[in-house]
Design a protein around this ligand. Structure first.
Ligand code: PGA
Length: 250
C-alpha cells in the first residue's frame, strides 16, 4: 500500500458554486494523477454531501473537524456518525487553527480521533510547533506531546488507520516553508515515536504529511524526502492548476 497522499484543506473558503466548479475542474484532471497517490479535498462542512457525490473514484472528501459525541445537545456541531452517514470517510482533526481559535487540546483531539475510528473514518491528526517553540528548541518535545496525546489509548491496529500531518504553525499561510531537511528531520522523529507506541511495521505504514506553505515550487523537493508522504495543502488547494501540479509533483 502506498503512503502517498495529497490532501487539500479549503478552510472557510469558497461559495457553493465556486466549490462545485473547483471539483469539476479537479475531476477533469484526475485521470492523469499518479495512481499511487491518494487525493483528498476538505471543503467546508456545509458542502460535504453535495461534493461527496460529485467526486470521482480518484478524489476523496474529508471534513475539517467533528464532535466527539455521537449525537446530542451540541448546537452547531456535527458528529463522526453524521459524517459517516453522509459518505465522508476522512476527517482533519487538531488543525492548529482549531487549537488556536477554538480551544482544541490534545485531549479533545484524542476524543475526536476515537470517535472517527469508531465510525471507520480516517482521522488526519495535525501536530506542529509554534514559532516561539521552535526558537526555544522545543519542536521535538511539542510534536511528541501532541502526537502521543492525540493517539493516546489507541491500539496499534487503530494507529495504523490514522494519517498524521506535521504542520509547523510558523509555516501555515505565511509563505515560509520548512526546508525539506527540517521536514524530514521531524517526520523521521514522528515515525520513530509511532514505532515506540505501536510497532515498526505500523509506523512504516502510517502516512505522515507535511503542511505549511506547500506549493508547486517547493513540493517536489519536500515530497522527495523518505519520511514525507505527501502534503496537507491550504492556500494552494484552492486553485485547480496549483493543486493538480502538487499532485503531479510525485
Ligand atoms: P497553507 O495551509 O498551505 O496555506 O500554509 C496549510 C494548512 O493549514 O493545512
Amino acid at each position: 500500500m502506498s503512503r502517498k497522499i495529497v490532501a487539500g484543506n479549503w478552510k472557510m473558503n469558497k461559495s457553493m458554486t465556486e466549490a462545485q466548479a473547483l471539483v469539476q475542474e479537479l475531476n477533469g484532471m484526475a485521470g492523469a494523477w499518479p495512481s499511487d497517490v491518494k487525493v483528498i479535498i476538505s471543503p467546508p462542512m456545509l458542502y460535504l454531501t453535495q461534493i461527496a457525490v460529485n467526486t470521482g473514484d480518484n478524489l476523496h472528501v474529508a471534513a475539517q473537524n467533528c464532535h466527539a459525541e455521537k449525537s446530542g445537545a451540541y448546537t452547531g456541531e456535527v458528529s463522526a456518525v453524521q459524517l459517516k452517514s453522509s459518505g465522508v470517510n476522512f476527517c482533519i482533526l487538531g488543525h492548529s487553527e482549531r487549537r488556536q481559535y477554538f480551544g482544541e487540546t490534545d485531549e479533545s483531539v484524542n476524543a475526536k480521533v476515537k470517535s472517527c475510528l469508531a465510525e471507520g473514518i480516517t482521522p488526519i491528526v495535525c501536530i506542529g510547533e509554534l514559532l516561539e517553540e521552535r526558537e526555544a528548541g522545543r519542536e521535538f518535545s511539542v510534536v511528541e506531546t501532541q502526537l502521543k496525546g492525540g493517539l493516546e489509548g489507541l491500539s496499534s491496529e487503530e494507529i495504523e488507520k490514522c494519517i498524521v500531518a506535521y504542520e509547523p504553525v510558523w509555516a501555515i499561510g505565511t509563505g515560509k516553508t520548512a526546508s525539506s531537511d527540517q521536514a524530514q528531520e521531524i517526520h523521521a522523529f514522528i515515525r520513530t515515536k509511532l514505532s515506540e507506541i505501536s510497532s515498526q511495521e505500523v509506523a512504516d505504514t502510517v502516512s505522515i504529511l507535511y503542511g505549511g506553505s506547500c506549493k508547486p515550487a517547493n513540493a517536489k523537493e519536500i515530497f522527495s524526502k523518505p519520511d514525507v508522504d505527501g502534503g496537507l495543502i491550504g492556500g494552494a488547494s484552492l486553485n485547480a492548476s496549483d493543486f493538480n501540479a502538487l499532485i503531479n509533483s510525485y
